[in-house]
Each structure stands twice: as C-alpha cells, then as structure tokens.
Design a protein around this ligand. Structure first.
Ligand code: E4P
Length: 217
C-alpha cells in the first residue's frame, strides 16, 4: 500500500519523506488555507515546493466547478511539474474533466467520493485515483471502511486500474484496516503514519537490550 501524506505543511512533508516511506502528497483548499497559503500565485508556487520535497504524486485540486474552468485550471496545474495529479470533485463536470485528462495521459484524482456508484463513475472516466473519504463517513455514523471494501470488490470484478486512495484517514487503525481491505493508497496526517511506530514492548525491549549491553562495557 502506498503512503501519501494529507497536508500542505512543508516541515511535515519533509519529516515523512526523510523516513523513506512516503509515496506522495494530497492537498486540498482547506489544507492550503490552514498553512496560510492564499492567492493563485502563492498556491501554485507551494505546489512546486511540495514537488521538490517528495518523489511521488502530488494532488493539486481545482477550484472551478464547470468543465471549461476545470480544464483550464487543470492544464495550468499539470504544467507546473510532472508529479502533479489533477484533483477533481465528484460532480458531473468533474467526471467529464476526468475523462478529458485521462484521454490525454494526465493523472487524475477524483475527490469527495462517498458511495460505490461515485467510485464506479470515476473508474469509468479513467481516473488514476479515486478518493473515498472514510473519516467523514465515520463522522456521520456510517462505516467508512465498508465503502473501501465495496469499491475494492467492484474494481476487482472488472479489473479497473483506478487506484483506491483511502482519504480522510484520521488515525493508525484506519491505516491498518485499509491495508487489510486492499486499499491501494492511504492518505492521512503525519500522526497516522508515525503512530504506526509505537509499541510499548518495542520501547521496553530496546531499553533492556541497551541496559544489558552496557553491563558488559
Ligand atoms: C483527501 O484528499 C482530503 O484532502 C482529505 O483526506 C480530507 O480529510 P479530512 O476529512 O480529515 O478533512
């Protein structure tokens, strides 16, 4: 399973990249705003900064909600760097724009997916990634992980190559459960990745090994 980090914070992206386990980055307008990155020029520059840190795919989201606007914005984003993936909302024009970009060999990520039918449409339009938001479904008492299982089942039935990018991951158990269900990618905060390191038996075991080594030296 690929690990993406879901942030626009350059320090956190560097930290995950330095661990050697990072496969890409996802961003969205809210994450950009959280870092105080506003205005088209600054946002475009920030995408390039991110691409210069990480080696994998970097999702950059369009703001337009009409086909022509999405194509215009997406083409400008794709020009920025060859690691850029065009992130498009799951609406009718977003599906149409997804087909436009996939026909031209430009990578896409269809976002704000909350049902198997939406994922199927994205796959039919040739999306590189489809992003089911599992945390936001959990927030409204609906099993987000079940959506991952349903999409996996459907994609495997027909051999769709669209990768399932489990998004809105909130914690380490989401990561483990997505891996068990065969999600191709997960994107979450740095804490959902570094949290995987933790185990008290690792800490106490290491403490004992070091103490025993020091007895003989
Ligand atoms: C996906 O690409 C989104 O950026 C993200 O995962 C949304 O997560 P949230 O529900 O924690 O805001």
């Amino acid at each position: 399973m690929k690990f993406f980090i879901d942030t626009a914070n350059l320090d956190q992206i560097k930290e995950a990249q330095d661990m050697g386990i990072l496969d890409g980055v996802t961003t969205n307008p809210s994450l950009m705003a959280k870092e105080g990155i506003t205005g088209t020029d600054n946002i475009m520059k920030h995408y390039v900064d991110i691409c210069n840190i990480v080696e994998g795919d970097v999702s950059a989201e369009v703001i337009s909600t009409d086909f022509d606007g999405m194509v215009r914005e997406g083409e400008a984003l794709a020009e920025l760097h060859d690691q850029i993936v065009i992130k498009l909302p799951m609406i009718k024009d977003g599906v149409k724009a997804c087909k436009y970009f996939s026909d031209r060999g430009i990578k896409t990520n269809v976002t704000l997916v909350f049902s198997p039918g939406q994922a199927l449409l994205a796959a039919k339009a040739g999306a590189t990634y489809v992003s089911p938001f599992i945390g936001r479904l959990d927030d409204i008492s609906t099993d987000g992980l079940n959506l991952i299982a349903e999409i996996r089942h459907i994609f495997d039935n027909y051999g769709f190559e669209t990768q399932i990018l489990a998004a809105s991951v909130r914690h380490t158990m989401h990561v483990i459960d997505c891996a068990k269900l065969g999600s191709d990618v997960m994107t979450g905060p740095l804490s959902s990745i570094t949290g995987l390191l933790k185990h008290p038996l690792t800490d106490s075991g290491l403490e004992k090994f070091l103490a025993d080594y020091n007895k003989g030296n």
